[in-house]
Design a protein around this ligand. Structure first.
Ligand code: A2P
Length: 345
């Protein structure tokens, strides 16, 4: 069996990766629609050697579509997801629009594949930093319960989209030629600089990105008990995010045991060479499916604490790959069928 698929936001950083992954992973596609804004009409993108036209998104675009992979920002998803569901499609949404909606499953296939079974038309793809952390922490949490997570992130420009990636390159060029860098997509120059994540701040001084790590991880893990805090920082890396993660368990967890577990965990690749001080780096994680984990060590400040370091491709496992894996899960479990109940807009 094969499916009629639409990519909403096909021209974006995640959209183009979705297109590549559908081809690479041989997802059973019978028909593919590429949707973006008016601005992109007239352009084409290649799929399996064929040039497909970009169409502008409209009600009619979702007719005769089984699956929508949406990655065009929260407001675009809010406008179009319910319409696509009404027309009979299942939507896997990469934006934050529906993630915390109790009617919408928030799925990382390595962690909570069972949650997908309860979908009512929309399944949310979690935030990129959250996905990467969840893939690495979940297998440990299965063995000894995590009580508290303290994370610091080093997030690449790709998280802000294709235009932000281009802007960082232009900024680097400008600086190298002695000119002032121009920041239009990102709030400040990122080349040769870094800044705390620029998402809106709440009354406690946490930015939205940090609160996504807190709230989404709890939803994915199915527990409100884990205490989580994070500091998110944008760094001048083009693609692939890094995270320093401190974990506090209910009892001691030896680094060797953690290493053993992570070396057998789905979606994780252990990368540690202590002799040469070689550990995961964004350039190693770029283009890879796995979350690279290393520097697993005892936290010298807490007997139940572990420190670890990870890098993961934000566009791949942090976004497009996770969405395609959800789609594969729906196919495998025969869950790719129209909603019986409509999700409220
Ligand atoms: P377009 O290229 O036509 O602007 P990124 O995350 O890399 O910035 O990509 C965002 C994606 O979302 C692009 O494909 C972009 O299309 C699409 N997009 C943004 N706004 C809209 C909109 N209002 N309607 C449809 N697609 C949109």
């Amino acid at each position: 069996k094969s499916y009629r698929v639409a990519i909403l936001g096909a021209t974006g950083a995640v959209g183009t990766e979705l297109l590549e992954l559908l081809e690479q992973r041989n997802f059973p596609v019978s028909d593919l629609k590429l949707l973006a804004s008016e601005r992109s009409v007239g352009r084409t993108l290649q799929f399996k050697g064929e040039n497909l036209p970009i169409e502008s998104v409209s009600d009619r675009a979702f007719e005769n579509v089984d699956l929508v992979l949406a990655s065009a920002g929260g407001s675009t998803s809010k406008t179009w997801a319910a319409i696509a569901v009404e027309k009979g499609a299942v939507v896997i949404d990469n934006s934050s629009a529906f993630r915390m909606n109790p009617e919408v499953p928030l799925v990382v296939p390595e962690v909570n594949p069972q949650a997908a079974a309860n979908h009512q038309g929309i399944i949310a793809n979690p935030n990129c930093t959250t996905i990467l952390m969840a893939v690495a922490v979940w297998p440990l949490h299965q063995v000894k319960s995590v009580q508290r997570i303290v994370a610091a992130t080093y997030q690449s420009a790709s998280g802000a989209g294709a235009k932000a990636m281009a802007e960082v390159k232009n900024q680097a060029n400008a600086i190298l030629q002695g000119h002032s860098p121009v920041a239009e997509v990102l709030p400040y120059p990122l080349a040769f600089n870094l800044f705390p994540h620029n998402s809106p701040l709440n009354d406690f001084g946490y930015c939205e990105e940090e609160m996504k790590m807190v709230n989404e991880t709890r939803k994915i893990f199915g527990t409100q008990e884990i205490r989580i805090t994070a500091t998110c920082v944008r760094v001048p890396v083009l693609r692939a995010h890094s995270e320093a993660i401190n974990l506090e368990f209910e009892e001691p967890f030896s680094p060797d045991e953690a290493r053993d577990i992570l070396s057998r965990s789905p979606g994780v690749k252990l990368l540690e060479d202590w002799e040469s001080n070689y550990f995961p780096m964004p350039i190693e994680a770029t283009g890879k499916d796995e979350v690279l984990v290393g520097r697993i060590r005892q936290d010298i400040s807490h007997p139940h604490g572990l420190e670890l370091w990870l890098c993961g491709d934000q566009i791949r496992k942090g976004a497009a790959l996770n969405a395609v894996q959800i789609a594969e899960l729906l196919v495998e479990k025969n869950l790719l069928k129209p909603a019986q109940v409509y999700v409220s807009r």
